[in-house]
Design a protein around this ligand. Structure first.
Ligand code: NAD
Ligand code: MN
Length: 474
């Protein structure tokens, strides 16, 4: 495919391309332009020009384009989901949900577009004040490969509905879905230059987006490590910044809860998207009274998980998305073994079998008796490996859950209102689920505390992050 700058499908200025391969088979899917700083500069110029007309349009008219785009995307969801599965690896059903999720996000922002208005504020002595909400200008969006469709929606929806224009950089391994979604928005009438998609590496394309003085806001989703680099770089031009970073979500299973349901929740929470979800359940704390039974049932369910090519019927878990991620997961589990930091009770190695030979497959893995300072508990485990910790009760669970630099999501599994309430109040995270995990609907503000990020996406809360507010005294 080509990339999208100023409404044109173009090659990189360098003329170079790179390969996009299927992580389940190693097969070549397509190539994408190997963009660089020159391409970003062109995209920023186009976005700045387009922003004049786009911001002058009533928000409701921008919303109409979103509605049309959402419909086109729904009409084509099978093709788009196939592309997503082939470049990302996730099971087709998860990919289809993700494409529908992108359409849901556009419809959410289209729906509120007519309500984006300023009003007068009554002040002392019969005076009035007004708050003008004006778009920031050209925004830059940098996104990861794990949920490229949804995360693109989280950026495109609020940035464009408020009258900003965008230069978006996909992750290098998943450019095709992002380009195809942008294509559908163009077909729905999005004016040229409003959404530009520049493909290529973080070190060149990403870095130029972050440093280019014409870009006035950065919305970044990715790892804490890269997020910190972005935060330093934006300070040079004082850009606005939203950072959605990594997590190591705790899942707390209390002894009053139905073990069957908790097992299903843990399987979905951890192994959905092959464990590569920012808000996956990455550390499991289970009360000692039910620990043996819970672990036994979870083990037998995980042993039966159907792992394979995401396009095959009945597959529950695909491969990891890329070689670096695969090597990282292999290394983590090897380290647990060599340092004797835990007991691997299921999995713990690459999948064997002919059908797995050319993909980045890893067995779904459970580890018990984990040493408190093992990297499994200290760092974000971005793959299908679940460390399980047995705790005496709620106080110990919450204390251990909070003993981390991360603070993205958390969940508590109980029917006891008091326990649920305590967890909601005391767990340090941007979201706490009760008897569920992972889901992030566009209506709910979402983001991290501690090192998991700055700012919120989704909900009405994200709207003001794409405006400059100006107070006027009449
Ligand atoms: P990453 O940080 O490696 O890369 C993210 C993006 O940044 C990619 O597009 C990459 O090319 C780009 N990039 C790399 N170096 C850059 C630089 N110097 N300047 C600018 N851009 C640069 O993250 P990843 O491995 O793609 O994704 C996994 C991470 O994302 C995990 O930590 C996960 O938890 C996190 N994540 C967070 C959320 C959230 O909403 N909080 C959602 C999904 C994923
Ligand atoms: Mn990475």
């Amino acid at each position: 495919m080509k990339m999208l700058i100023d409404g044109e499908w173009t090659d990189a200025a360098s003329g170079e391309t790179y390969e996009v391969r299927n992580p389940a088979s190693g097969k070549l899917l397509d190539t994408a332009p190997l963009g660089g700083a020159e391409d970003v500069k062109r995209a920023v110029d186009a976005a700045r020009e387009a922003q004049k007309k786009w911001s002058a349009m009533p928000a409701r008219d921008r919303g109409r384009i979103f509605f049309k785009a959402a419909q086109r995307i729904r009409d084509r969801q099978a093709d788009l989901a196939t592309m997503l599965t082939m470049e990302q690896g996730k099971p087709f059903k998860e990919a289809r949900d993700e494409i529908q999720g992108f359409a849901n996000i556009l419809e959410y922002y289209a729906g509120i577009s007519a309500a984006l208005e300023d009003g007068l504020i009554p002040l002392a002595q019969g005076k009035r004040g007004a708050v003008l909400r004006r778009p920031i200008g050209v925004c830059g969006a940098i996104i990861p490969w794990n949920v490229p469709g949804i995360i693109m929606g989280w950026k495109v929806g609020p940035a464009l509905i408020t009258g900003n224009t965008l230069v978006l950089k996909p992750a290098t391994t998943t450019p095709l879905t992002n380009l195809s979604l942008a294509y559908a928005m163009g077909e729905a009438g999005l004016p040229k230059g409003v959404l530009n998609v520049v493909t290529g590496p973080g070190k060149s394309v990403g870095d130029e987006i972050v440093r280019n003085p014409g870009v006035r806001k950065i919305s970044f989703t990715g790892s804490i490590e890269t997020g910190k680099r972005v935060l330093q770089a934006v300070s040079a031009s004082m850009k606005r910044v939203t950072l959605e970073l990594g997590g190591s979500d705790p899942m707390i299973v209390c002894d009053d809860f139905d073990i069957n349901k908790a097992v299903a929740g843990a399987v979905h929470g951890r192994f959905y998207n092959c464990g590569q979800t920012c808000t996956a359940a990455k550390r499991l704390f289970v009360f000692e009274a039910i620990a043996d039974e819970f672990i036994g049932q979870l083990k037998s369910r995980v042993e039966r998980l159907n792992v394979g090519n995401g396009m095959d019927e009945g597959v529950e878990m695909g491969p990891l998305n890329n070689r670096a991620q695969w090597e990282q997961i292999k290394g983590l589990v090897e380290e647990v073994r060599t340092k004797d930091e835990g007991r691997v009770i299921v999995g713990g190695r690459v999948q064997d079998g002919e059908q797995y030979r050319n993909g980045f497959f890893y067995m779904p893995t459970l580890v018990t008796n984990v040493a408190p300072d093992s990297r499994l508990l200290r760092e974000e485990v971005f793959g299908p490996v679940l460390p399980i910790v047995v705790v005496k009760g709620l106080d110990e669970a919450i204390e251990r859950a909070n003993d981390t630099k991360y603070g993205l999501g958390s969940s508590i599994w109980t029917n006891d209102m008091e326990k649920a309430k305590a967890a909601c109040e005391r767990l340090e995270s941007g979201i706490t689920w009760i008897n569920q995990h992972v889901k992030l609907p566009p209506e709910m503000p979402f983001g991290g505390v501690k090192e998991s990020g700055i700012g919120r996406e989704n909900g009405l809360e994200t709207i003001d992050a794409y405006y400059e507010l100006k107070s006027i005294m009449l």
